[in-house]
Design a protein around this ligand. Structure first.
Ligand code: NAD
Ligand code: SIN
Length: 471
C-alpha cells in the first residue's frame, strides 16, 4: 500500500489538482474499530444533531465544494451544485428513513409479553465510491451508516480523491469523531485490501459490475458480513405511440447525454417503433446540434463536460469503432473536439442490423439505436441485458405502460421521464448485474443496521402447563 502516489488531474485542462501518497489500510481500519463503539453508544438524537450540523457545514461551503467537484470531474458547475445540494438533502431523508425502516417498535406478544424491535449498527463499514458522483454516492452510504451508529472507512475513487477529502473534512468539522469517518486514499489495490480486511463488518460499494462481481467473490465465504453492491446498467429507453416527438427527443437526449453519459442510469439503448425512428432521429439531431460541450466553468454553461480522463475517452472511441465493425451504422460520430483532452461529442449509432449487440455498459455519451417492429419485440430487446437498473417508456398510451411496467426487468421503471435523475427519497437499485438486492437511497437504512427482536416482561413468571408428571 505504501509508495503509490495518487494524482488527481482536472479532465478539462490537464492541470494537476491534488496529489498524495496512498493510505495505510490497516491503520485506517484499526482507528475506525477503536472508535465505533463510543459513537454507537451515543443517543440517536446526538447522532441526528451531528448530521444536521454536517448539512450546515456543507451549506456554508457550497461554492467551494461545487467548484472543486466541477474541476475534478469535469462536470459543469451547475451540475456540481446539484450534487452538493443532494449531499445536504441526504441528511433529512436519512433521518426519516432511519426512523421509518430501522427505528424502534413495540407491540404486544403472547402471554402478556411485550415485543420490542430495535436495530443495532454492524460496526465498521467500508465504503467504496465511483468517480462520476464522487461525493453524492458515497455520502448516500455514509450518512445512513453514521446515523445508525457505524464507523466508516471511505475509499473514494482514485480519480476523485480531492472531492472526497473535502467531504470527509465536512463530517469532522461538524463533530463526527475523526476515528468514525476515515478517508483511505488509494486505488484498486487499496480497495481490494480494504474489502478483504478482517476488521470490517461490511462493505457498501458503488461502481462497475466488474468490480462488484469481484467483491462478491471476496465475500462469498463471509456470510457474517454485509455487502451492498450498486453497479452499472445497460439501460433501455423505448419510444412508442407518442405524438410529441420533440419532447420524446428531449427525454432521450437527457437520458443519454447528461453528465456526458457518465451516469449509471443513463439511457444506453434507444428502442423505437420503426415508423417513428426517422422523424424522432431528426428531432434528436436538432437538439444534439445545439448542445454545448465545454469546460465546467464556461459561460454560458455547457450541457456536458469532458469524460473523466483520456484513457476513458480512448476506450469509448475504440468501443464506438468496434460497434461500427459489427455493422452498426454511425448516425453521429464520437468526436474529440479538443486535442489532448477527453471532451467527446454525443454519438449515435444504429445497431438494428448489427451482427452482434454486446451487452456492456459504455460509460460515456454513446447512444445505440434499435428499431423494432412491434411492442413485444421492443420489450424483449429492452430485456436483452444482464443488467437491470433503469428503463423508461415514452408513450401516450397507458396500456403500453402497463405492459412495459409488467414485463421490463429493472429496479427503476419510468414513464415519459428520463431513465436518470433518480430521487434520494425513494429506494434506488437494480437487479441482475446492477445490484445484489440491497437497494440504496431511501433503503440504505436497511443495510446499515440489523434488527434485534426482544420478547420482554418486567418479572419472570412462568409455568409448564402440559407434559409434566405429578410432583
Ligand atoms: P469502478 O468499479 O472502477 O471503481 C469503483 C471503486 O472501486 C473505486 O473506488 C475503485 O478504486 C475501487 N476498485 C476498483 N477495482 C477494485 C477491486 N478489484 N477491488 C476493490 N476495489 C476496487 O467504478 P468507476 O469506474 O469508478 O465508476 C463508474 C461505474 O460506477 C459505472 O459502472 C457506473 O454505472 C457505476 N455506478 C453505479 C451507481 C449505482 O448507484 N448503481 C452509481 C454511480 C456509478
Ligand atoms: C448515478 O448515480 O450515476 C445516476 C443517478 C441518476 O441520475 O439517476
Amino acid at each position: 500500500m505504501s509508495g503509490t502516489e495518487i494524482v488527481s488531474t482536472e479532465p478539462a485542462t490537464g492541470a494537476v489538482l491534488w496529489r498524495r501518497m496512498a493510505g495505510d489500510v490497516d491503520a485506517e481500519v484499526t482507528r475506525a474499530r477503536a472508535s465505533w463503539a463510543e459513537w454507537a453508544a451515543r443517543p440517536h438524537a446526538y447522532r441526528i444533531e451531528t448530521m444536521r450540523r454536517f448539512a450546515n457545514v456543507v451549506r456554508a461551503r457550497i461554492d467551494a465544494f461545487a467548484d472543486l467537484i466541477a474541476r475534478e470531474t469535469g462536470k459543469p458547475l451547475w451540475e456540481a451544485r446539484t450534487e452538493v445540494d443532494t449531499v445536504i438533502n441526504k441528511v433529512d431523508i436519512s433521518i426519516s428513513a432511519y426512523s421509518e425502516r430501522t427505528g424502534q417498535r413495540r407491540s404486544e406478544g403472547a402471554m402478556g409479553a411485550r415485543m420490542a424491535l430495535r436495530h443495532k449498527p454492524h460496526g465498521v463499514l467500508a465504503v467504496l465510491g465511483p468517480y462520476n458522483f464522487p461525493v453524492h454516492l458515497p455520502n448516500g452510504h455514509i450518512v445512513p451508516a453514521l446515523l445508525a451508529g457505524n464507523a466508516v472507512v471511505f475509499k473514494p475513487s482514485e480519480k476523485t480523491p480531492a472531492s472526497a477529502e473535502f467531504l470527509v473534512e465536512c463530517y469532522h468539522a461538524a463533530g463526527v469523531p475523526e476515528g468514525c469517518v476515515r478517508l483511505l486514499i488509494g486505488g484498486a489495490d487499496e480497495g481490494r485490501a480494504l474489502a478483504g480486511h478482517d476488521g470490517i463488518d461490511g462493505l457498501l460499494f458503488t461502481g462497475s459490475a466488474r468490480t462488484g462481481i469481484a467483491l462478491n467473490r471476496t465475500f462469498a465465504d463471509k456470510p457474517e458480513k454485509i455487502l451492498a453492491l450498486e453497479m452499472g446498467g445497460n439501460n433501455p429507453i423505448l419510444v412508442w405511440d407518442t405524438p410529441d416527438l420533440h419532447s420524446a427527443a428531449v427525454l432521450v437526449v437527457q437520458s443519454a447525454f447528461t453528465s456526458a453519459g457518465q451516469r449509471c442510469t443513463a439511457g444506453r439503448r434507444l428502442i423505437v417503433d420503426q415508423k417513428l425512428a426517422e422523424p424522432l432521429l431528426v428531432e434528436i439531431n436538432k437538439i444534439v446540434d445545439r448542445l454545448i460541450v465545454g469546460e465546467p466553468h464556461a459561460d454560458p454553461q455547457p450541457f456536458m463536460g469532458p469524460v473523466i480522463d483520456n484513457d476513458t475517452a480512448d476506450m469509448l472511441t475504440e468501443s464506438f469503432l468496434a460497434l461500427s465493425a459489427m455493422d452498426g451504422r454511425p448516425l453521429r460520430h464520437l468526436q474529440r473536439p479538443v486535442e489532448g483532452r477527453p471532451f467527446l461529442t454525443p454519438a449515435l449509432i444504429d445497431m438494428t442490423d448489427a451482427k452482434e449487440r454486446p451487452d456492456v455498459e459504455l460509460f460515456g455519451p454513446i447512444l445505440q439505436v434499435i428499431r423494432a417492429t412491434d411492442f413485444d419485440e421492443a420489450i424483449a430487446e429492452g430485456n436483452a441485458t444482464r443488467y437491470g437498473l433503469s428503463a423508461s417508456l415514452i408513450s401516450q398510451n397507458p396500456t403500453l405502460y402497463d405492459r412495459f411496467w409488467a414485463n421490463i426487468r429493472a429496479g427503476i421503471v419510468n414513464w415519459n421521464k428520463p431513465t436518470n435523475g433518480a430521487a434520494s427519497s425513494v429506494p434506488f437499485g437494480g437487479i441482475g448485474w446492477s445490484g445484489n438486492h440491497r437497494p440504496s437511497a431511501y433503503y440504505a437504512a436497511d443495510y446499515c443496521a440489523y434488527p434485534v427482536v426482544s420478547s420482554e416482561a418486567d418479572q419472570a413468571r412462568a409455568t409448564i402447563g402440559i407434559g409434566l408428571r405429578d410432583g
